[in-house]
Write a protein that binds this ligand. Structure first.
Ligand SMILES: [Zn+2]
Length: 410
């Protein structure tokens, strides 16, 4: 080799030198893996950092918040400049993860797990990791994972204590382990139609970087195990599924306790299958979608259920019966009211919303797109036809596929 020729650099396979010494570790399994992390706060930062260091190949990040100064004391992926610019957490995290592990494919999604994530995307995941700070988000995550048949890892932290759990469809369920008070609270939230709901973000606990590291590390470890199903089956690894890890830092206590509640009657255990794919996107108009489904199923009476959400076409002010047109999904109404100068000062109980729960031939706005009605990209639509429910998956319109490993189900 001549003196001036560049010395070829050998790029080693990520982790080959170290992780390959772990008897259970399969680097190719991790490289193919699709993992969704919901919540990019203190816990999410820790989980993501670990997953990237281990070389997990495909990460989907979900969070609706921007970076704030208060995040900087416990979020390794965020900097002061990100807080100054109020950049979306998922975008910043995606950048930093690529710096940690250059081969990672990251799909950052600014959105809420309660209504912005289509089940079709969820179905592509091997594992979902919850790093959220409230019961409602956990409830939504649990339901989506049950429908998609995907295991999920949950973490929860307080100032100096925290818990980690693993839920697997068919084995255990977050909702089945809730007490009656919590269930009452959630079912109220689900059923209080004709009332405008406020977002429940209150009561957030203070957190520390130490507890986020500990619980985030356990979540990442459990995620790695779920990505090694054969090693789990052979007993080389033991999952936390069916148990709860508890850590308390102030006086130092750590425990693993049974956590097995699983009620066969729980309505949340419904798995949506079989799922049929159709060449439609959320940019299609409702009228065209209904026509297409009617033709496919040979039934002009098809009905699309909007599930737990509804479409609000107008508000009625109780005082003078005045109608205010909204044409929005229910979760967008609160914001609409706050931004509307004439409504901003009207108390919530002084108006009610008119809701539509199904899309069918009687839907008065067939020209609206599915997106406008509140259906997220890659969603699975429950379609009622001739007394049975069929599940129809929309096409991936945002090229999510480019980020995901598509060989998993092959
Ligand atoms: Zn359940």
């Amino acid at each position: 080799m001549g003196k001036d020729e560049p010395i070829p650099t050998l790029v080693p396979v990520w982790g080959e030198d170290v992780f390959s010494q772990l008897s259970w570790f399969r680097i190719e399994r991790l490289q193919r893996a699709n993992v969704m992390v919901v919540g990019c706060g203190a816990l999410g930062n820790e989980v993501l950092k670990n997953l990237a260091l281990f070389g997990v190949g495909h990460l989907v990040l979900v969070d609706f918040d921007a970076v704030e100064f208060s995040n900087l004391t416990r979020s390794i992926l965020f900097s002061r400049a990100d807080a100054e610019a109020r950049r979306p957490k998922v975008e910043v995290a995606a950048e930093r993860l690529r710096e940690i592990y250059p081969d990672v494919k990251v799909l950052p999604l600014v959105g809420d797990i309660g209504h912005d994530i289509g089940l079709g995307l969820m179905r592509q995941m091997d594992v979902v990791v919850g790093c959220v700070d409230n019961r409602w988000a956990r409830y939504c995550l649990n339901r989506l994972c049950m429908r998609a048949g995907v295991p999920w890892v949950d973490g929860g932290i307080d100032a100096l204590e925290g818990t980690a759990r693993v839920f697997s469809p068919g084995k255990n369920c977050y909702a089945c382990n809730l007490g009656p008070e919590a269930l009452k609270d959630l079912s109220y939230r689900l059923s209080c139609s004709s009332a405008i709901r406020r977002n429940e973000q209150a009561g957030r606990a203070p957190t520390t970087p130490v507890i986020a590291s500990i619980i985030g590390a356990v979540e990442a470890q459990e995620t790695l195990k779920l990505l090694h199903p054969e090693e789990l089956k052979r007993g080389e690894l033991t999952s936390l599924c069916g148990k709860m890890f508890y850590y308390e830092g102030q006086h130092l206590a750590a425990r693993v306790v049974d956590f097995t509640g699983y009620d066969p009657e729980c309505p949340l255990h419904e798995r949506w299958e079989p799922i049929e794919k159709m060449n439609m996107t959320t940019q299609w108009r409702v009228g065209d979608v209904l026509a297409c489904l009617a033709e496919r199923f040979g039934d002009p009476e098809v009905e699309i259920s909007l599930g737990d959400h509804f479409f609000v076409d107008y508000l009625v002010l109780r005082e003078d019966d005045r109608r205010v047109v909204t044409l929005l999904p229910d979760y967008a109404v609160e914001r609409f009211v706050e931004e509307e100068p004439n409504l901003r000062h009207v108390p919530f109980h002084a108006m009610y919303q008119h809701e539509i729960r199904t899309l069918d031939a009687r839907f008065p706005y067939p020209e609206l797109t599915l997106e406008r009605v509140g259906i997220p990209p890659w969603e699975v639509l429950p379609v009622k036809t001739r007394g049975e429910t069929r599940y129809v998956e929309l096409t991936d319109e945002r090229s999510y596929s480019a980020y995901l490993d598509q060989n998993r189900q092959a």
